[in-house]
Write a protein that binds this ligand. Structure first.
Ligand code: NAP
Length: 256
């Protein structure tokens, strides 16, 4: 059961944070793992290579660009012979209060988080179809689909849009044996989250019933399960991994 050793896995945004955690879980499970990002991928590839028995490659790609996504998918297929699992994880979360948000800021978030997901999946579709057990795993968020946070309305819109994409893609791709699911992380301690500052991190930690921020591997473990052959009857679902963060009716409901 749950054998991922023959799987070929692509993780966008796999050099840092949640993507790195996802890639690490797959690497430890013995899968062949490709990570993609715009900047240097070398250090992350070396670290991941040390974790497992499968192959690890890095690809420079910008998910905002369909041609770059096509080249990314081709590199993975050329290296591993196919793609069984794509984790469309690359995303950004710059703060922009509604009063001050510029069209450029809005476009950037939608380009990376929404169009980037769709371009990534489109580029991988021939390989996922050939796989016969293709898996698409989107990194959405609790922010947007379930919760809100001042300063991130554009981000929340983008993360909810991913779920709209997921539901129809899941229907379209089901006849090909491809499942499409989304993970909704709560607050996971990553480089990107750390950039939001100590006050933000402390406030978020207080709001989480489990009492700690999540780890990137917490997301990776669910991604790995959704990627298995055994998870093939689960599709079109969004699953929160958040230490219970969305549950309290008020801050007083969090027990310490
Ligand atoms: P992070 O630490 O900032 O890492 C983001 C990754 O995405 C990096 O590898 C980055 O590499 C890559 N990336 C960004 N723009 C890209 C582009 N245009 N093309 C290709 N790669 C790109 O972020 P994170 O916290 O791990 O977040 C990852 C995902 O989880 C995002 O979708 C985010 O919305 C979601 N999420 C995070 C949290 C959290 O608490 N951290 C919570 C809910 C959801 P380059 O910059 O080199 O391209």
């Amino acid at each position: 059961m749950f054998d991922l050793r023959s799987a070929s896995v692509l993780v966008t945004g796999g050099t840092k944070g949640i993507g790195r955690g996802i890639a690490g879980v797959f690497a430890r499970a013995g899968a062949d793992v490709a990570i993609a990002a715009r900047s240097d991928v070398g250090d992350a590839v070396a670290d991941l290579d040390a974790l497992g028995s499968g192959r690890v490659i890095g690809v420079r790609a910008d998910v905002r660009d369909p041609a770059s996504c096509a080249a990314m998918a081709k590199d993975v297929v050329d290296s591993f012979g196919g793609i069984d699992v794509v984790c469309a994880n690359a995303g950004i979360f710059p703060e922009a209060p509604l009063d001050a948000m510029t069209p450029e800021q809005l476009a950037e978030v939608l380009d990376v988080n929404v169009k980037g997901n769709i371009f990534t999946v489109q580029a991988c579709l021939p390989a996922l179809t050939a796989s016969g057990r293709g898996r698409v795993i989107l990194t959405s968020s609790i922010t947007g689909p379930i919760t809100g946070f001042p300063g991130w309305s554009h981000y929340g819109a983008s993360k909810a849009a991913q779920l709209g994409f997921m539901r129809t893609a899941a229907i379209e791709l089901a006849p090909r044996g491809i499942t499409v699911n989304a993970i909704m992380p709560g607050n996971i301690f990553t480089e990107g989250l750390a950039d939001l500052g100590e006050d933000y991190l402390a406030g978020m930690t207080r709001a989480i019933p489990a009492g700690t921020l999540g780890k990137p591997e917490d997301i990776g473990h669910l991604a790995a399960f959704l990627a298995t052959v055994e998870a093939g009857y689960i599709t079109g679902q969004a699953i929160a991994v958040d230490g219970g963060q969305v549950l309290p009716e008020s801050p007083d409901a969090v027990m310490r």
